[in-house]
Structures are given as C-alpha cells and as structure tokens.
Write a protein that binds this ligand. Sequence first.
Ligand code: FES
Length: 501
Amino acid sequence: MESIWKSGVPPFPYTQNTPLPRRAEVAVVGGGMSGILTALFLKERGIDCIVLEAGEVGGGQSGNTTAKITCQHGLRYAALEKKKGASAARVWAECCLGAIDAYEALAEKYRIACDFERLPAMLYTRRQEEKLEEEAAAARRCGIRAELRRRTELPFDILLALSYPAQAQFHPLRFLWGIAKQVKVWAGCRVCEVKGHTLTTEDGEEVEAQKIVWASHYPPENFPGLYFSRLHQSRSYAIALSGAQTLGAMYYGIDEGALSLRSYRDSLILVGGAHRTGIDHAPPFAALRDAAKKYYPGARVTAEWSAQDVMSGDGLPLAGTFSSLTPDRYLATGYSKWGMTGAMLAAQIIASDICGERHPAAPICSPARFGLSELRATAQESAHAVRGLGRRLLHIPAETAEELSPGMAGVVFYKGEKRGAYRDEAGNLHTLRPYCTHLGCELNWNPDTLTWDCPCHGSRFSPDGVPLDTPATSHLSTCCLHTGRNAAQAPNEPSRKDEQP
Ligand code: FES
C-alpha cells in the first residue's frame, strides 16, 4: 500500500521536457525535500540550478515521512548540551524553530495548499519520568517554552508528557510540489557517475556543473568521505486509520517500542516498529494493527507504508561540503528520523555556503565533524560490516528453494549454489545472487516490504534485484527466473524508483 500522502495526490505533473542542459552553475542530485528546497533557495539568489531526480519528485522518503516539522526530536537537548555544549544546543533550537517558520513562510509566499498547521509536539513516557524532566529543563535553557503535563488526550495512561508549543505538521507532497514547480527538475533522470564536475546519467547524457549537491539520501560515493563507515539506515512503519479519534497535538513516545502519533484531517497515523535495515525484526504492521485494535476499536486501516532514514552518529544532519578533497561537492543526509526539519536546515546551510554566507547551524551539521559519537558510530558500523561480510562466507542455508511456499523468501540452496530466492504469490520463483552491490554484504529478506535489505549500510533491492535505496546503485545479478510449476519465465516485478541517483 502507498503512504497516505502518495495515495492522496496524483504524481508530480511538472518535469522539464527539454533536453538536459550541458552546463549549470549547480546540479542537485535528488528531488526530495532537501534537493528541491536547496534548488529554490539558490534560484531565489539568482543562481542557475538544476535538479536531477532518478524517479519521481518526492517518490522516496519525502513521500513516506510522518511530516512533522518540529524542534522536538525525541530526547535531544539534554544530550546536545552534554555533547556539544550549551551554546550549540541553543543555536540548534533557534535554527529548528526558524525551520518551522521557513516552511510556513514558503507555504504562504507560494500559496501552497498543504494543510500546514501549528500545534504542539509532545514527548510522552510511561516509565522514564526523570528523563523527561531533564529534557524539559534543557529545552527551556535553549529558549523553548517547554511544559510538563500529567494528562494528554491519548487513549492510554502516561506518566509524564513534555509539550513544545507552536510546532507544525503538513502534507509533505502538496508542499513539495508547490515548491518543485518553482525550480527546474528533470525527473526519471538517474545520475550514475560523477567525475570531477561532470555528472553522467543512465542515458549517457553529461552535465558540467560548478557545484554538485548530493541530496539523494544515503551518499552513494564511498570515497572520499567514507560515510559508509559512519552512517547506517533504519526502517520504520506507519498505518493510517479512519474512524479513530483525531489529535490536537503530535506525539512521540520515548520508551522502547512506544508509538508515534499524528492526525491528518480525519485520519490518525500510528508509527512504530523501527529497526536497523536488514536485520531480523518482529512483524511491525501486525503490532501496529494490534495497537489500533486495542486503542481505537472500530477504526479501519486505510494505508500502510514504511520509510527509511539515514542515521548519523550523533543524531544530527550532515549538511555541508562533502569532503575537503572535493570542495565543490555538498552533502545533505543523516536526518535521523527528523527529515522535515533536517531537510530545511540542510538546504539553508548548503545554499548559504554556495553563496558565500555562513548559516549558524553549519558547524553543528558539518559532515567533517568527528567527535566521540562519530568515533563510536565508526566502530559500530565497522563491526556490522564485518558481520555482514562474514555471513556471506559462514552462513549455510538451512532450506532449499523447493521448500519455499508462495509469499516466502530467504537465502537458500538452489541448483547447488547459495541464492536469494523469493516465491511470489503466483508460485514464480525469483532468484538472485544475495550479495549487496555496494560492498558485498549478504542480504536479508524483509517480509514486510518484500525487499532484499542489506544489514551493513541499508541498501535495498526489489525481488528482481532493482536497487531501491542507496548506497548501492547497481542491480543484483539475477541468475535465473522460473516458475516452480512450468519453468516459464515470469515478468519482472515493477520497480519502485526513488530519489537516488
Ligand atoms: Fe553497504 Fe550493502 S549497503 S554493503
């Protein structure tokens, strides 16, 4: 099922139908919120900027977000004060509050009917009272009018809630398309190589750009930067309900396994089940449906979808120069589940830098930062990569492809070799080499999204090996495709293109 945002609107109707220009001052790779906002801010400053989007505008994470625009990002401020200091925490709070204002101002300026509305964002806990009290104190020191509450409108008891007033929510695709109309976007234009200042598309077209912005989620370039050693990806799951209570605030539970909730018009959205991409996990949609039945009996599930987030070591975005070795390339990623605020800040930071200005949040979000958190993340990511690569050598499948019933998949023995195999509901067997085309880790099947997911850095592939999420950009090798019944060739699954190059 598509997200509530994607199912409610027709595909983005505006794309350039002229050939790609040979030159541009700035080329942005990725037509999600970060890329489109960056292009807008550059255009408003008189800079010639083009956006190259592999799939559809907003077809990736921007169309699967919960679309909360907040300065409240879970337990943020107490930790930020400890890690980066009181001054940085205060700057961060001011910049995030400014990001909310910026969305509102753009919606007004371009007259975008995107259901933008101000309302409180609430953290809640059922067992960690002290944590929330500590966060409230830190948030107030950062200038946020945070209030503790004992009661909420939620249909279950809480111990304590922390309310931040005047945050915002909206319809992300309606907003994004209103902005995308203002800039030059080539959709369905996959960048497959960047060398120096030259971008080459899948169709062999070349564009020379003075500056290049990677705004395509997980950076697909391994060197320089080595971001694969510091970032991982996480999936989360959402359902929309009709016939449930609508809420006057957005909610985020800080306890393990707690729900996140928001309303959109007369629908209620429940989010949960987050896990590192590519690892075994409990069935998230079943858990969300159970929660819906328990707390909102009589409500009906109208949409189910999932999203993928790039997680940074310290939970803050990476926005700025890609590497000191490539001063004309920029990176926008690592929003760590708070993509709307992160995208706005990243776009502001990068556009400012290109124009020779300094955004106050630039040092906090610098991709070059490397403190204790990044060091810890590097150690953890290296361990994951070693495990993922080790699995390739040491994992011996327990099943054969013949044992897979319809709807089942796994790494199995097939014709004497280790293969990834998926038997679809029609009985067709889809087999491929189950090794990620990024750095070679063994993939795991995700039954909730029907995809092959990489535990190392979070690349994802369709059952037929089409890359869905970076850093991998190449197809998996499909060694063969046949049906269990008549050995006839089955058609390829339609591929979901996303915002990646
Ligand atoms: Fe890096 Fe798969 S995403 S090895």
